[in-house]
Design a binder for this molecule. Structure first.
Ligand code: AHG
Ligand code: MN
Ligand code: MN
Ligand code: MN
Length: 333
């Protein structure tokens, strides 16, 4: 039997679990944006989308052409749904509002239009990440403060990975499902349900080149993993680093492990590299819904109340046992 399409899946959720049709519209709009981005990624240099844009985003990162193109594709697709009243994007310093001529809806969307930008030009996996919040003031032009709600309020979150296959991973707060894009028909089809992350792990992901800038608890934790069988852990750990959070999370969802992006002493004024609203929160919701965990070393990521739309946060996520251990080291236990 042909697996359910994303549209059929959303319709089934509306019927069986009372999924709000407007939320389904937002997810559907995002899936359309991801298809368009996927097609540009596949064409690469042939579509003229590689290389630098010649500008910087609000976080001081050099923007790639594809960062900006993907941002514009997301904004247009979301505006067209008529179901959103404001957006936050990695690539835009302020809240993006819906043009006055378009309908306003009850949802707020935060997104990283293109994750893993350093992989774009080398044809390695990249993705898009999104989180969808209900607006306290539905159908009113959103302001920054509307986004200052802990991630536990998210109604849905997900990402799309542009890898050997294009896959959309989604949670509506009751488990995690995966869709694979059929490149022949342009349809996302349900290829995995009830995705689970094992409590135990034998693989970790961290940018080891930053080791000397980490805090003591992280140095201790990673040191123990590196000692493998000969140390306190009594087993060997493998390491992977793709430099795209989407790809690391995708691997962990399928074969376990822990992903970390800790604080760095070179940038004492910021708690980490990754952004809370559109990187850490959606991935934390996915991990928790797959039975994993996500903290900033001290508290659950989904319990943090944001104070800035581009707020950064340290991230430890994946296998519960490992996340609990590195968190305990931070709490000096
Ligand atoms: P983005 O490309 O959206 O700015 O995010 C990049 C992030 C994340 O995807 C990845 O885990 C990390 O940066 C890679 O950092 P390093 O370059 O330090 O390895
Ligand atoms: Mn970036
Ligand atoms: Mn990113
Ligand atoms: Mn990005």
């Amino acid at each position: 039997m042909t697996p359910l399409s994303l549209q059929q899946y959303l319709a089934r959720e509306e019927t069986l679990r009372g999924l709000d049709p407007q939320l389904a519209r937002v997810i559907s709009g995002i899936s359309e944006a991801c298809k368009t981005i996927s097609s540009l990624v596949r064409q690469g240099a042939l579509a003229g989308v590689l290389g630098l844009a010649g500008s910087e985003n609000v976080q001081g990162e050099e923007q790639k052409k594809l960062d900006i193109i993907s941002n514009d594709i997301f904004v247009e697709a979301l505006v067209q749904t008529g179901a959103v009243c404001g957006m936050v994007s990695e690539e835009v310093d302020h809240v993006i509002s819906v043009p006055e001529t378009e309908a306003l809806g009850p949802y707020l969307v935060a997104f990283d239009p293109l994750d893993g930008s350093s992989n774009i030009d080398i044809n390695v996996s990249i993705g898009s990440i999104f989180g969808i919040l209900p607006a306290d003031r539905p159908k009113r032009v959103a302001v920054e403060a509307d986004f200052f709600k802990p991630g536990r309020n998210l109604k849905a979150a997900g990402y799309c990975m542009y890898g050997p296959q294009t896959q959309l991973v989604l949670t509506l707060g009751q488990g995690v499902v995966m869709f694979t894009l059929d490149p022949l028909t342009g349809t996302f089809r349900l290829t995995r349900e009830a995705v689970r992350v094992e409590r135990e792990a034998k693989e970790f992901a961290i940018n080891m080149s930053n080791e000397r800038f980490w805090e003591k608890p992280v140095q201790r934790y990673i040191g123990e993993l590196l000692q493998g069988k000969d140390g306190v852990r009594g087993k060997n750990f493998n390491m992977r680093w793709i430099a795209a959070m989407v790809a690391e999370v995708h691997r962990i969802l399928q074969r376990g492990g822990i992903f970390m992006y800790p604080r760095d002493s070179r940038t004492p004024d910021r708690p980490g590299k990754l952004r809370l609203l559109y990187e850490a929160n959606p991935m934390a919701m996915i991990m928790e819904n797959a039975g994993g965990a996500a903290t900033n070393g001290h508290e659950r990521i989904l319990d943090i109340t944001p104070e800035k739309i581009h707020e950064r946060v340290a991230v430890f996520l994946g296998a519960a046992e490992e996340v609990e251990r590195v968190t305990a080291y931070h709490l000096d236990k």
